[in-house]
Design a protein around this ligand. Structure first.
Ligand code: GTP
Ligand code: SPV
Ligand code: MN
Length: 598
């Protein structure tokens, strides 16, 4: 059937699924440009894709998804463990046997009238000893071309794999075609028939019914976070929902920083930030996922397992994030943005008015000056990391980059200051375990308001979240050299005053906070003790040239004891969900916080 591999386990696995899914054809993807062009031409011919203007957006394509298939579906995402408590209270659970029974019924004949693509991919630089190989089977050609951007994909991966082991990733859009039936633009199954299932013990992923983002590009959230977080726990490393950036100070010293913010809370923006303070530069290693292991020198090293960015399009502009914007200049897949009459793209917050006659993500015609929504709030671009103007020279270094600081953060309009530093690794783990954020559009069907999103991993942890907290504590305990552990900070770009005005300008001006963090890592600036951790002195955050007033700054750095006492009550409610599985070290941190506020 294929000449691309002699791996018997892989060939057998594909053959088994062909029998179940009954596709009309099977294509083994080699990842070549010729193959990519062929798939793009096919999707344009079928009406699924529109080719953008070759001069304005070379080699780029436009898609509209089905209105039911626009983001991750958390209530259809399952962690399948023998015991429910091993998935924990924050995951949807089903037993592996039951889930496989349900899905085998769904998968039977699910590719009739379609082609099965076999997509070998590597998470991490090809052949690196931190990299992991997966193989996804999918009936979506959009998944193939997207995986070619987001991962290292194709024949070279099979060559590295040899007869080795891979993570099997099963995907179908769940929309078989009867003989002669015309396909729709974006085939998928209704929400209640979608299943994004994970079997951590056997390292398997079975996804059904969605073609969008993290539901379908299985290397990303399913593998590199949910399965990898479980692997990391058992093997003693970290798989995290974090960007990685390199920050260089005016003296030319570079430090690498990893940061975990919940979905649509500014990772892509921070990773590609252009500092507004002179002499500082930021380079990008990754914008969404970090895999971290200790090096021989005792430092924690991080790699970005991805090869592209699946970034939020709305509000990406020349002002907010030119580097993300220019990563999309060519070779990009756009989904659910607007399509202008001159075959270019438009979205809310792009920085100029929407041309009359633009086609909205719902395929309606935009009337200039109307209040029609043009792009879906979770409209995204898939762009190659190698096209990013600020890509770090070490972004593909198989050894990774040494991490000096880890940041946590979320959208907190009140209570949480602009920045504060943890007193220790365990205190930092506590801060990560209580991250909260206002809900965004990155997932379907969540109630508005602030929700706890520990480590920004709530939708991405492949096992009991309390055990994951324990794993973080144990990383600190087992560190080969505790003095070399990264310092941990919490940041909050999203503080508002009582009138709803942003107190902090954000974006490029976040460099002013990064500079303080850098200097803390160097030991060149002092911090002040507070009940919640170490705060900057107001004069140590450079606000020259900003409209931020000294009064704003006081507010931004204030720790209001009453608000924090209320926060402690919320933290207790959050911890109570996990019963006695919360590590003792974290209960001790909570007790310290409460005592400090008394
Ligand atoms: P995922 O890809 O979903 O994991 O998200 P992400 O964390 O990479 O999110 P992204 O960087 O795309 O952030 C998207 C949203 O955050 C956009 O609406 C931005 O305008 C907003 N945002 C990013 N940085 C800032 C900031 O510093 N201040 C404010 N106010 N908004 C910001
Ligand atoms: C997120 O929601 O955190 C994303 C987008 O990065 S998706 O890949 O769809 O999960
Ligand atoms: Mn993400």
């Amino acid at each position: 059937m294929t000449t691309l591999t002699k791996n018997q386990k892989l060939i057998q696995w594909v053959n088994d699924w062909v029998k179940v899914m009954q596709p009309d054809n099977v294509v083994w993807c080699d990842g070549s440009e010729e193959e990519n062009n062929r798939l793009n031409e096919m999707m344009v011919a079928s009406g699924m894709a529109i080719k953008l203007d070759e001069k304005k957006r070379p080699n780029s394509f436009y898609y509209q998804s089905d209105p039911s298939d626009v983001a991750r579906v958390e209530n259809r995402t399952f962690i399948c463990t023998e015991k429910e408590e091993d998935a924990g209270p924050t995951n949807y659970w089903e037993s592996p046997a039951k889930m496989k029974e349900i899905l085998l019924a769904k998968y039977t004949g699910c590719m009739k009238g379609r082609t099965m693509y076999v997509i070998p991919f590597s998470m991490g630089p090809l052949g690196s000893n931190i990299a992991q190989i997966g193989v996804e089977i999918s009936d979506s050609p959009y998944v193939v071309t997207s995986m070619r951007i987001m991962t290292r994909m194709g024949k070279a991966v099979l060559d590295v794999l040899g007869d080795g082991d891979f993570v099997p990733c099963v995907h179908s859009v769940g929309a078989p075609l009867a003989p002669g039936q015309k396909d729709v633009k974006w085939p998928c199954a209704p929400i209640e028939e979608k299943y994004i299932s994970h079997f951590p013990a056997t390292k398997e992923i079975w996804s059904y019914g969605s073609g969008y983002g993290g539901n379908a590009l299985l290397g990303k959230k399913c593998f590199a976070l949910r399965i990898a977080s479980y692997m990391a726990k058992t093997e003693g490393w970290l798989a995290e929902h974090m960007l990685i950036l390199g920050l260089t100070n005016p003296a030319g010293v570079t430090k690498y920083i990893a940061a975990a913010f919940p979905s649509a809370c500014g990772k892509t923006n921070l990773a590609m930030l252009i500092p507004s303070i002179p002499g500082w530069t930021v380079k990008t290693v990754g914008d969404d996922i970090a895999w971290m292991k200790f090096g021989k020198d005792g430092q924690l090293y991080a790699i970005n397992p991805e090869a592209g960015f699946f970034g939020v399009a709305p509000f990406t502009s020349e002002q907010t994030n030119p580097n993300a914007l220019h990563s999309c200049d060519k070779d990009t897949i756009f989904t659910n943005v607007g399509l202008t009459p001159d075959k270019n793209v438009w979205w809310e917050g792009i920085g100029y008015d929407c041309p009359d006659g633009t086609i909205t993500w719902k395929n309606e015609v935009y009337k200039a000056g109307s209040d029609m929504q043009v792009a879906h709030p979770n409209a995204r671009f898939a762009a190659k990391a190698s096209n990013c103007p600020t890509i770090d020279p070490k972004w593909e270094d198989p050894a990774g980059v040494p991490i000096s600081a880890i940041l946590f953060g979320g959208r907190r309009p009140s209570t949480v200051p602009l920045v504060y530093e943890a007193r220790s690794w365990n205190h930092g783990t506590f801060i990560g375990s209580v991250v909260g954020s206002e809900v965004t559009a990155a997932a379907i069907g969540l109630a508005a308001g602030v929700r706890r999103d520990p480590f920004a991993m709530l939708p991405f942890c492949g096992y009991n979240m309390a055990d994951y907290f324990g794993h973080w504590i144990s990383i600190g305990e087992k560190a080969p050299d505790k003095a070399k552990l990264p310092k941990i900070f919490n940041v909050n770009w999203f503080r508002k005053d009582e009138n709803g005005r942003w107190l902090w300008p954000g974006y490029g001006d976040n460099s002013r906070v990064l500079a303080w963090i850098f200097n803390r890592c160097e030991g060149s600036v002092e911090a002040v003790e507070s009940p919640i951790g170490l705060l900057p002195k107001a004069q140590d955050i450079d606000i020259s040239g900003l409209s931020v007033t000294p009064a704003d700054m006081t507010e931004l750095l204030k720790v209001d004891k009453n608000l924090w006492k209320a926060e402690v009550d919320l933290i207790k409610e959050h911890y109570a969900r996990f019963g006695n599985r919360i590590p003792a070290a974290l209960n001790a941190e909570l007790a310290t916080l409460e005592k400090n506020l008394a």
